[in-house]
Write a protein that binds this ligand. Sequence first.
Ligand SMILES: CC(=O)CC(=O)SCCNC(=O)CCNC(=O)[C@H](O)C(C)(C)COP(=O)(O)OP(=O)(O)OC[C@H]1O[C@@H](n2cnc3c(N)ncnc32)[C@H](O)[C@@H]1OP(=O)(O)O
Ligand SMILES: NC(=O)C1=CN([C@@H]2O[C@H](COP(=O)(O)OP(=O)(O)OC[C@H]3O[C@@H](n4cnc5c(N)ncnc54)[C@H](OP(=O)(O)O)[C@@H]3O)[C@@H](O)[C@H]2O)C=CC1
Length: 291
Amino acid sequence: MDIKKVGVVGAGQMGNGIAHVFALAGYEVIINDISQEALDKAIETITRNLDRQLSREKITADDRDGALARISTTLKLEELGQTDLVIEAATEREDVKNAIFERLLPHLKPETILTSNTSSISITRLASRTDRPEKFMGFHFMNPVPVMQLVELIRGIATDEATYKTLLGVVETLGKTAASAEDFPAFIVNRILMPMINEAVYTLYEGVGSVKSIDESMKLGANHPMGPLELADFIGLDTCLAIMNVLHDGLADTKYRPCPLLTKYVEAGWLGRKTQRGFYDYRGETPVPTR
Ligand SMILES: CC(=O)CC(=O)SCCNC(=O)CCNC(=O)[C@H](O)C(C)(C)COP(=O)(O)OP(=O)(O)OC[C@H]1O[C@@H](n2cnc3c(N)ncnc32)[C@H](O)[C@@H]1OP(=O)(O)O
Ligand SMILES: NC(=O)C1=CN([C@@H]2O[C@H](COP(=O)(O)OP(=O)(O)OC[C@H]3O[C@@H](n4cnc5c(N)ncnc54)[C@H](OP(=O)(O)O)[C@@H]3O)[C@@H](O)[C@H]2O)C=CC1
C-alpha cells in the first residue's frame, strides 16, 4: 500500500517526534489532540528541534520549511479520516486508546493501516476491539524520536503480512532500523529497560544510593548516556509506572512489582520533565535532585 498521508493521535513528546520525522521524510502529517495547548506546544517543539538539526547542518533550510509546511493540526479526530496510516501516540492507558479507536474507526478508509505507539499494551487485544485486526500493528518509536535509530514492529495475532511489509518499507523511508518483537507485555526494549529503571528506583527507596550517586554510577560505570532516574524523568514517570503495571499484570511475576516510591511520585503528579518535577526538579537553571 502506498502511504502518503499520516495521522498522529496525541501531541505529547512522542506524537511531536513522530510527526517531525514523518514530515521530514516527505509525508503529509495531521496531528490530533484533545487540547489546543498540546497542539500548539507540539508545533513549537517540532520547530525548535528542526532548527537544532538545521544549526548542526543535519538538514537544510528547505528541508525544515518543507517539513513544517507538511504538518497540520486538528482537535477533530474525524479529520484523520483521509489518512493512509494512523499512529496512535496518546497516553499509555488502554481505555484511552480503545476510546480513540472507537471514535476514529467510522471515519477511516477501509484500507487505512491503524497502529499504536504503545510501550507495553497487548497489540492483539487493542486490535481485537477494532474493525481491522489484520491491518493493525504496534509501531513503537523511541524517545527522542528524531535521534533514536530503532523502531519496534509488533504484529498482533491477526496482523497480515502486507501490513507488516508496508510498515517495514515506511521505517526504511524514515532512515530508521526496524526490529520485530512478538506481542508479549512491553515487547523487547521495555521488557529489559523498565525493570532496570524500576530497580534504580528501589535502589533509591532502600537508601542504597542517592539520585545523584545512582545516576552517576550508571553513566560513568556502565557508560549509559543518561542515568536511570534521569531517563525515567525523560520518559515520564506515569508512563514508566504504566509499563511496570502491564509487565506485573501480564507476566504475573512479583519481580515486576512497581516500586512504591515510583507510585508515590506519580501520585504527587511529579511525572518528570513534562511536569518539571520528578526525581529531579527542573524549575531552575540546572536540574536539582528531589531526594
Ligand atoms: C519508554 C519507551 O517506550 C521506549 C523508549 O523510548 S526508552 C528511551 C530510549 N531513549 C534513551 O534511552 C535515550 C538516552 N539518552 C540519550 O541517548 C542521549 O542522552 C540523548 C540523545 C537524548 C541526548 O544526548 P546528549 O549528547 O546528552 O545531548 P545533545 O548533545 O544535546 O544531543 C545529541 C544529539 O541529538 C540531537 N537531539 C537531541 N534531542 C533531539 C530532538 N528532540 N530532536 C532533534 N535532535 C535532537 C542533538 O542535536 C545532538 O545532535 P548532534 O549529535 O548532531 O550534535
Ligand atoms: N515517553 C516515552 O519515552 C515513550 C512513550 N511511548 C508511548 O507513546 C505514547 C505517548 O507517550 P508520551 O508522548 O510520552 O505521552 P505524553 O503524556 O507526553 O503525551 C500524551 C498526549 O496524548 C494526549 N491525549 C490524551 N488523551 C487523548 C485523546 N483521547 N485523544 C488525543 N490525545 C490524547 C495527551 O493530552 P493531555 O496532556 O491533555 O492529557 C498528551 O498531549 C504512550 O503510549 C507511551 O507509552 C513510546 C515510546 C517512548
